[in-house]
Ligand binder design. Structure first.
Ligand code: GLU
Length: 465
């Protein structure tokens, strides 16, 4: 906790322990986030450990995606690859000596044996045989003492293992359960926060901890994330599941992070869009829900639009420039003052940075397309060409090009012709932008400037004679 200006570190040590066997998805990101939040809340240490013992399924590409996605989300780790720490190396593939040392500890305690080339962990308890319907043979079982699992979300549960299990494969590779527990001991992990899918492994893990003579850490198994429709668990293949997609679509990372916080946690007062500093202050296990969370793409987009609207203009301009440049809407020569003026006018209508080129390209180019749908909508009602033809000379005569005076021109023409001013607006917008919607019209006309507006209207009338 921060007390006065002195930062006191707590002894809380949590870890995010991904296996680089696939792209980084929402579920992993949420697990990483909850560990990070808990570490920041307690002034503890957030460790990144890469569980890459499965050589066949790991890839360096996936590893880079993990680093990249965590950094994009702002989940900085205190110990781990790229940053180091006192308990490294932080890649399991580099920790073989440590595993051998720990294997020897178990062997010396008589808790291992070899069978079929593999090394097994031996449970303690009375042994008996039972016919297994599935395997169609007698198998040896053990009446082992139930393991007490202290879980901050599910409460205390007791589960017993009834069969010995492999900790080193015949090919010499250590098994997940073994390295996972060894590292949690060696790295002095105090709280294991992970997905509920690991709950079924936890009694094995507790067996191993206690075999080493170490009390298991506190567990917090967080509920699953269900996909948008149906009852299934969100998987990497589901739409919207990969963090990289949001990155590519120019989502704001703070918005994605805020949304992920609410997938299974809540401050219990209905608030959802919250500053990360406040979330860190409030985040704790009692706020984590027991029921599964459901992923909602629309809600994520809503969070993003709220964050976009809250951006200071300069930040928005700084983020928008590369996006519009890449789309060919602007060049590096585009005037910054004009650029910021456009963004200021458009800001209330921007819900995602990805849409910027479609929304704004006509502010910077004469060769904008007229959207067919927009045209059909405008031409469905009244006589838009007649209206625009009436407005043109009055606009041409206007010298004081302000929002109020442009509006006054429309009012005057409309009343002279016995029409409503709103009969003139959609067709004007279509003529100057090719669209049926967008930022407010008067500010749009003002920012475009008289010269462009008149030229575009003339051009439009010419084409639609
Ligand atoms: N490598 C495991 C996974 O990817 C980590 C399990 C744990 O956090 O203990 O799910």
């Amino acid at each position: 906790m921060v007390k006065g200006s002195i930062l006191i570190m707590s002894n809380v040590r949590v870890r995010f322990a991904p296996s680089p066997t696939g792209f980084f998805h929402i579920g992993s990101a949420r697990t990483a986030l909850f560990n990070w939040l808990y570490a920041r809340h307690t002034n503890g240490t957030f460790i990144l450990r890469i569980e890459d013992t499965d050589k066949e399924r790991n890839s360096d590409e996936f590893l880079q995606v993990i680093y990249n996605s965590l950094r994009w989300l702002g989940l900085d780790w205190d110990e781990g690859p790229q940053v180091g720490g006192d308990y490294g190396p932080y890649l399991q593939s580099q920790r073989n000596d440590i595993y051998q040392k720990y294997l020897k500890i178990l062997a010396d305690k008589g808790r291992t044996y070899e069978k079929d080339g593999a090394i097994w962990f031996k449970l303690e308890g009375e042994r008996y045989t039972e016919y297994d319907e599935f395997a169609k043979k007698d198998i040896e079982k053990v009446r082992a003492k139930p393991q007490l699992i202290h879980d901050m979300i599910r409460g205390d549960v007791e589960r017993a293992e009834d069969r010995d299990f492999v900790i080193y494969r015949a090919n010499g590779e250590p098994v997940f359960h073994f390295v996972n527990v060894v590292d949690d001991i060696a790295m002095k992990i105090t709280h294991v926060i992970r997905g509920e899918d690991h709950l079924s492994n936890t009694s094995k893990h507790c067996e191993l901890f206690r075999a080493f003579g170490v009390e298991p850490p506190v567990f917090a198994h967080i509920p699953l994330i269900l996909k948008q429709e149906g009852s299934g668990k969100m998987s990497k293949r589901d739409r919207g599941a990969l963090i990289e997609e949001y990155q590519k679509d120019h989502y704001l990372p703070a918005a994605v992070r805020n949304y992920l916080c609410m997938l299974g946690w809540s401050p219990k007062d209905d608030r959802e869009i919250m500053d990360i500093g406040e979330i860190i202050e409030l985040f704790d296990f009692p706020g984590i829900q027991q029921k599964n969370a459901r992923f909602d793409e629309k809600k994520m987009a809503f969070f993003n639009s709220e964050y976009v609207k809250a951006l200071p203009l300069e930040t928005l301009a700084w983020l928008a420039r590369p996006i519009l440049t890449e789309a060919g809407s602007i060049t590096e020569n585009t005037d910054e003052d004009y650029f910021q003026e456009v963004l200021m006018v458009a800001k209330p209508k921007i819900s995602s940075l990805k849409d910027l080129p479609a929304l704004l390209c006509y502010f910077f180019n004469e060769n904008y397309a007229t959207v067919e749908d927009a045209k059909n909508r405008v031409f469905k009602k009244g006589d838009p060409i007649a209206r625009l033809t009436e407005a043109l000379p009055a606009l041409e005569r206007l010298n004081d090009w302000t929002e109020d005076s442009i509006h006054a021109v429309y009012d005057a023409v409309a009343s002279e012709k016995g029409q409503k001013n709103t009969d003139y607006f959609p067709v004007t917008r279509l003529a100057v932008s090719g669209l049926a919607g967008g930022p407010d019209l008067m500010p749009t006309l003002r920012v475009l400037g008289k010269e462009k507006v008149i030229a575009r209207i003339r051009n439009f009338l010419e084409k639609n004679k």
